[in-house]
Design a protein around this ligand. Structure first.
Ligand code: GLP
Length: 241
């Protein structure tokens, strides 16, 4: 595991975008695993700039997103499909048919999750998976629990995640209580992983996840076993390590 400590959120976002740019430059038809949350927004802004400057093209890229709220439509401005269109897809030359997000409107959880695993398999796996870090150590929506769940699955969000994500919704009642998420093995099978964590509120979790024991109670800790994982931090998130 490589840890890159940077000075600021902007520097972390640039570093993270550079790693993704390197992936696209070396393999233009790569499969990118993408993430949502507020942290990667700066990374996406940098990727859009690189595209506008003519440094990269997404024309041959396929993408698979980590997760989606169960029950939200792509038009709902809190859905992760909407987020991706808004922050990246509508600003670059990616073919929207090559972008994949779990189907939040599929009520049959088994079907939604099996279909998504099949999509990833057909694409030949993920070349680079971008991750954020939940305040409780979750990756995607793999919440702290007693054992690592391997494949894409439907998860009951913990109260702390519902509270953390309520800042994006009009009220707590509107926050979905379930989500579809790639599993730990789905993520670990990615050939490269890049995790970005910034801000003081992630410092304790960064310390636990990357310098503590590997445990499903801190799901991101499994990344210590990944053969090619880079963790990009700003000074605040790195302040305890
Ligand atoms: C959500 C997403 C995660 C993300 C996390 C942290 O729960 N499912 O993929 O990493 O939020 O979000 P933020 O970057 O806003 O702290």
């Amino acid at each position: 595991m490589r840890i890159i400590k940077t000075e600021s959120y902007d520097a972390a976002s640039r570093a993270c975008a550079n790693l993704i740019m390197a992936q696209i430059v070396t393999k233009p038809d790569c499969v990118l695993g993408l993430a949502t949350g507020s942290t990667p927004i700066g990374t996406y802004e940098n990727l859009v700039r690189m595209y506008k400057d003519g440094d990269i093209s997404f024309a041959a890229v396929n993408s698979v997103n980590l997760d989606e709220y169960k029950g939200l439509s792509p038009e709902n401005d809190q859905s992760y499909r909407y987020f991706m269109n808004d922050h990246l897809f509508s600003h670059v030359d990616i073919d929207i048919k090559k972008t994949n997000v779990p189907n939040g409107l599929e009520p049959d959880a088994n079907k939604a999750c099996e279909d998504y695993e099949e999509i990833i398999k057909k694409l030949g796996g993920i070349d680079l998976q971008l991750l954020g870090l939940g305040p409780n150590g979750h990756i995607g929506f793999n919440e702290p629990c007693d054992e690592f769940v391997k494949k894409t699955h439907c998860v009951d969000l913990t109260q702390s995640t519902i509270e953390a994500n309520s800042r994006f919704f009009a009220s707590m009642d509107e926050v979905p209580k379930q989500a579809y998420t790639m599993g730990i093995q789905t993520i670990m099978n990615a050939r490269k992983v890049v995790l970005i964590a910034t801000g003081k509120n992630k410092a304790e979790t960064v310390k636990k996840a990357f310098f503590g024991p590997i445990t499903p109670s801190v799901p991101a800790s499994i990344l210590q076993l990944h053969p090619d994982c880079t963790v990009v931090l700003d000074a605040d998130a790195a302040s305890l390590v």
